[in-house]
Unconditional design. Structure first.
Length: 288
């Protein structure tokens, strides 16, 4: 009798927990749908070929956002090119080579804490170190390096989890066949863990492309009608452009449709970047 009651209680508890989880997922999905619907309703009229292909005109009250799109793309993928190799290398060292102990626990605690640091702190760090001390100035390179530092903890964490998910039997079989530890990591562990590591790149691209505080001190400028000619030139970026139009523009109410249109394009660009990474991950998983 007691066993039946305990089984029934566990089933009820399981249904209650799953109901809470489904409710949370439904609320998040509904909130996302409302936000996107609001942006589409208010911004779709502003989005046309002129808006996507021309620079801003007349104190940014007319024209388009093409320099902003190009700048966001450069900053997002540039930061990933900087952070992804370093993040994977750090994860390999922490998981495969570092000895367990207090020092390793402190390092992992520091990485977890850095993942939660506000982006404005990274922006001030980039301003002090890359812009001023390294004398890179307000440029693409400063912004890319700052965003790379910002997303590095996320990539390290996801890469280490991907390495941890590779079964130990893979390593044991490779070592038993005479491969060295580095050969085992390079040819067995990394190919198996790489699809999971791309999850970190997806999260990193999403955060880097949508950051404002980290680039307003290091890479983004109020207005520039031309595309950058080198890594040492400043750029316009979609998040900072939205901030400028909404807070510091000369005619904020007049540019309201442009603000919503820019936000809509930013969401679409982030979605496109994530889609590319997701497709690459899916192909690697099928090959594996």
């Amino acid at each position: 009798m007691r066993s039946r009651m305990s089984i029934r209680t566990r089933h009820l508890l399981q249904k209650a927990v799953f109901g809470v989880l489904r409710g949370a997922a439904l609320i998040n999905g509904l909130a996302l749908f409302i936000i996107i619907s609001f942006l589409v309703y208010n911004g779709w009229r502003a989005v046309d070929w002129t808006f996507l292909s021309q620079p801003p005109l007349d104190s940014m009250t007319r024209g388009g956002i093409f320099p902003c799109i190009a700048g966001t793309f450069l900053l997002g993928f540039g930061s990933m090119l900087v952070a992804f190799p370093w993040g994977v290398a750090s994860a390999i060292f922490l998981h495969e080579y570092a000895r367990p102990g207090p020092a390793l626990r402190v390092i992992r605690l520091g990485i977890n804490n850095l993942a939660g640091v506000p982006s404005v702190v990274f922006g001030l760090f980039g301003l002090a170190f890359f812009v001023t001390w390294c004398k890179l100035g307000v440029s693409i390179l400063s912004g890319v390096l700052t965003l790379g530092v910002l997303i590095l903890p996320v990539i390290i964490g996801t890469a280490e989890e991907a390495l941890r998910s590779v079964p130990a039997t893979y390593r044991e079989a490779s070592l038993a066949l005479g491969a060295t530890k580095w050969q085992t990591i390079l040819r067995v562990v990394l190919p198996a863990a790489f699809p999971g590591m791309l999850t970190g790149s997806i999260l990193g691209i999403s955060r880097a492309a949508g950051e404002t505080a980290a680039i307003m001190f290091t890479a983004a400028v109020f207005f520039t009608p031309h595309l950058p000619a080198s890594l040492f030139d400043p750029v316009m970026a979609l998040p900072y452009h939205i901030y400028v139009l909404a807070t510091a523009g000369t005619q904020i109410e007049v540019t309201r449709p442009l603000q919503y249109g820019t936000a809509l394009v930013l969401i679409a660009l982030v979605f496109g970047m994530n889609l590319v990474a997701i497709v690459c991950r899916a192909r690697l998983q099928r090959k594996g």
